[in-house]
Ligand binder design. Sequence first.
Ligand code: MG
Length: 262
Amino acid sequence: MNFKKSLTMALLTIAAATCLAQAQTQTIAHRGFWKTNGAAQNSLASLLKADSIGCYGSEFDVWISKDNKLVVNHDPYYKALPMELSKGDALTSLKLSNGEYLPSLEKYLQAGRGRHIRMILELKAHKNKKRESRAVQEILNMARSFGMERQMEYITFSLHALKAFIAQAPAQTPIYYLNGDLSPQELKDLGATGLDYHLGVFKKHPEWIVQAHALGLKINVWTVDKEEDMRWCITHKADFITTNEPTLLQKVLAEDLRLYHK
Ligand code: MG
């Protein structure tokens, strides 16, 4: 084989591998990569560790406080303080289990800014829709002021917040719905990027994966921590898997890639 032919073959191989890599399921660390030394769920350390192991994205949860401060935490309460009814400073002076303070969204975005990892921001469903509207506005303003609009993806259980993100976020921003009750066509009609549903929903409706892809929507499955479930999602061509076990998923994906090349 002459040099030109060898070069063409090599380039074709690289192009094929690139296509495959793009088509392969991607890893999203659920509340960051927190099952490791020095991290805690939704901590800055868990975000940085998810980035350090090459995850596609790191998921985290956001609330708006009584005085309009955005904070990162999963539950509606932390150490007996309610997220929605407390002042931001009171919440960010609480310590996480790894010794960090509960992060403000500002600190969280600053930590992720300029890194390769995508910031998968879940806006929690609040008791009052007006508070959700305010949160969406503040989040989008902050992402814009930090020059991070293209690094952000938004997910939510709240249909109200979903519609607000779709109406106000820059075009092409990925926005997913979590609640599991809308069909691919309904989400397409709303203008969402895709379905980010519990594994149980897709097991009940595997046809939604096919329908979603036919409509040009993406599929993200949560929260998938068992190897057999990861394989089910990969076989069914999930675009993303959200997991508390990102290193296990990366191992399963690497094996899948090796089998493909055999
Ligand atoms: Mg979440």
